[in-house]
Write a protein that binds this ligand. Structure first.
Ligand code: DLL
Length: 436
C-alpha cells in the first residue's frame, strides 16, 4: 500500500499530542474571532462566555453553533476577522439562503490550503513527477484553485484546464501525458464515456490517479469508473466555508476519509438535539477551523451526514476518519414518510447491467400522495422498442429499489445519452412538492 505522507508529523501524531495541539489552537482562534468579529462576540456574550473559558479542546462544547444563516446575515464581509488589506483572495459558493457564502483568505490561509491539499494528493501517491490535470472549475468555486495550490505545493507540473470542452480536455490528457486528474466523479465518468465513444486506446491515457469529490458518490460509482479507466480513484471532501477541498481525504486503504484535524476540528452531532453522537453513529458533521485567520468559523453546521472513527488506519495515519458523506440533511427526500438519499438510488442502479450511471429523480404530490419517479438511462444495446423487455427491466429495477429503500418507485427507462452531462456537480433530483 502507498503511504506517502506529506507531513508525517501531523498525519501520524499521537491522539494526546493532537488533542493538546487542537486545544491550544482552539483557544487562540476563539480569542482572535471574539476580538475581531462583533457578530461572533455577541453570540459568545449571549451565552456568558469569554475567550478565557476556552482552554482545551473539550471546552469546544461550550461554544455556540454557527450555520449558513450566520453567513447570510453577515454577507458579504461581516465575519472577516482581519482588515481587507490582509485578505488576498475571495471565494464563494451559492447556498439555499439565496445569498452567496463569501470567504476571505489571508496569505497564511492560502499556505494552509496548499499544505492540506498537498497531503490529500500525496496520500494517493502524487509526487513532483506527476503531470496534474486540474479539471475543477477555477473562479469563485474553490475546487480549481484549491487543487491547484496543492499540486503546486508538491511541485507537480500543473495543467490548469478548468471545466468545459470535453474533447479538448481529452486531447490535453493524451498529448500532455497527464498522470493525475481531479474533477467531480460525474465528470470523470463522462470523460470515460467520451473516451469510449472516441474509441481511444486506453494505453494512450496515462492517468493513474484521480481525486474526485465536491458531490456524494458511491462505492458502485467508483467501481464503474475504475472498470472503464486504468486508474485508482480517491474521494476528497471539503466545503467553501472551511477552506474548500482539503478538509478530508482518502488514503490508499480507502476506508474512510482522513480529516486534517490539526486544521479542521470535526464533531458529529444529532441534527435534532445538537448533542454529540458516539464514534460509528451517523449524524451531522460540524467543523471548526483551528488555524484560519481571514474568516475563522467555529462549530459550523455543514448539514452533511457521516460518522467518524478515531482508530488508527492501516496506512499508519492517526488522523480521524469520516465515512463517505452520504448526502446532506437538506438533500434528503422524505417520500411517503421514508427517508431517501439519492446516493441509495445510485447504488441500486449501478448494480443493474442494463442501466447506465445516469439517472434523475422526480418527486411530486398528487392529492395527498407523494409520487416518486426514477428516470433511468439505459446502456447501448438494450432493445428499448421491445415492450416486454422494457416491462421486465422496469419490474426488476422497481423491485431492487423497493427492497433497498423500503418504498416503491415508478421506473422510466430512457434511451442512451438522453440525460444531460455536467462538468461540475451533478443534479439528480427535482422535488416539485413545494414543501419548504
Ligand atoms: O465542493 C469543495 C470541494 C471541491 C470539495 C472539490 C472536493 C473537491 P462547496 O461548493 O462549498 O465546496 O460544496 C460543499 O459539497 O458540504 C458536501 O455537501 C458536498 N461535498 C463535497 N465533497 C464531497 C464528497 C466544495 N467527497 C459541499 N462527498 C459539502 C460527498 C461532498 N459530498
Amino acid at each position: 500500500m502507498v503511504t506517502n505522507y506529506w507531513n508525517k508529523k501531523a498525519e501520524t501524531m499521537s491522539r494526546e499530542g493532537m488533542r493538546a495541539l487542537q486545544g491550544n489552537r482552539l483557544a487562540s482562534v476563539v480569542r482572535h474571532t471574539y476580538n475581531n468579529v462583533p457578530a461572533y462576540r455577541k453570540k459568545m456574550e449571549n451565552l456568558g462566555l469569554e475567550p478565557g473559558d476556552i482552554r482545551c479542546i473539550e471546552d469546544i462544547s461550550k461554544l455556540p453553533f454557527v450555520d449558513k444563516y450566520d453567513l447570510a446575515d453577515n454577507y458579504p464581509y461581516g465575519l472577516f476577522a482581519v482588515p481587507m488589506s490582509e485578505i488576498v483572495e475571495i471565494h464563494a459558493s451559492s447556498g439555499t439562503t439565496g445569498k452567496q457564502k463569501v470567504l476571505g483568505y489571508t496569505r497564511h490561509d492560502l499556505e494552509i490550503w496548499g499544505e492540506v491539499m498537498a497531503r490529500t494528493l500525496a496520500a494517493g501517491g502524487t509526487t513532483s513527477s506527476d503531470i496534474f490535470h486540474c479539471s475543477y472549475g477555477y473562479g469563485l468555486f474553490t475546487g480549481g484553485l484549491g487543487a491547484h495550490y496543492g499540486s503546486q505545493t508538491i511541485g507537480c507540473t500543473t495543467v490548469p484546464v478548468g471545466t468545459g470542452n470535453t474533447n479538448r480536455q481529452i486531447q490535453i490528457i493524451r498529448d500532455f501525458g497527464c498522470t493525475a486528474i481531479c474533477c467531480t466523479p460525474s465528470y470523470m465518468l463522462y470523460i470515460a464515456e467520451t473516451l469510449e465513444q472516441m474509441k481511444v486506446d486506453p494505453s494512450e491515457v496515462k492517468l493513474r490517479r484521480a481525486f474526485l469529490g465536491a458531490e456524494p458518490w458511491t462505492i458502485e460509482m467508483r467501481d464503474d469508473i475504475e472498470r472503464r479507466l486504468p486508474l485508482r480513484t480517491y474521494d476528497i471532501y471539503g466545503l467553501t466555508e472551511m477552506i474548500g477541498p482539503g478538509v478530508a481525504f482518502e488514503c490508499d486503504a480507502r476506508c474512510g476519509l482522513h480529516v486534517n484535524e490539526d486544521h479542521f476540528y470535526p464533531e458529529i452531532v444529532d441534527p435534532d438535539t445538537l448533542k454529540p453522537v458516539e464514534d460509528g453513529i451517523y449524524g451531522e458533521l460540524v467543523f471548526s477551523t483551528l488555524t484560519k485567520e481571514g474568516m475563522p468559523l467555529l462549530r459550523y453546521r455543514t448539514r452533511d451526514i457521516a460518522s467518524i472513527t478515531h482508530e488508527t488506519c492501516e496506512c499508519g495515519r492517526t488522523l480521524a476518519r469520516i465515512t463517505k458523506p452520504k448526502g446532506r440533511t437538506d438533500d434528503m427526500l422524505i417520500i411517503r414518510g421514508v427517508n431517501v438519499f439519492p446516493s441509495q438510488v445510485e447504488s441500486v442502479l449501478l448494480g443493474v447491467t442494463e442501466a447506465s450511471p445516469y439517472y434523475f429523480i422526480i418527486v411530486d404530490r398528487v392529492g395527498a400522495r407523494d409520487t416518486f419517479e426514477i428516470q433511468v438511462e439505459l446502456t447501448e444495446g438494450f432493445p428499448i422498442d421491445e415492450v416486454r423487455a422494457v416491462e421486465k427491466l422496469q419490474k426488476r429495477i422497481g423491485a431492487a429499489i423497493e427492497s433497498a429503500l423500503g418504498i416503491g418507485a415508478t421506473i422510466r427507462l430512457l434511451p442512451p445519452h438522453s440525460l444531460p452531462r455536467v462538468e461540475g456537480k451533478a443534479r439528480h433530483v427535482e422535488d416539485r412538492r413545494n414543501l419548504k
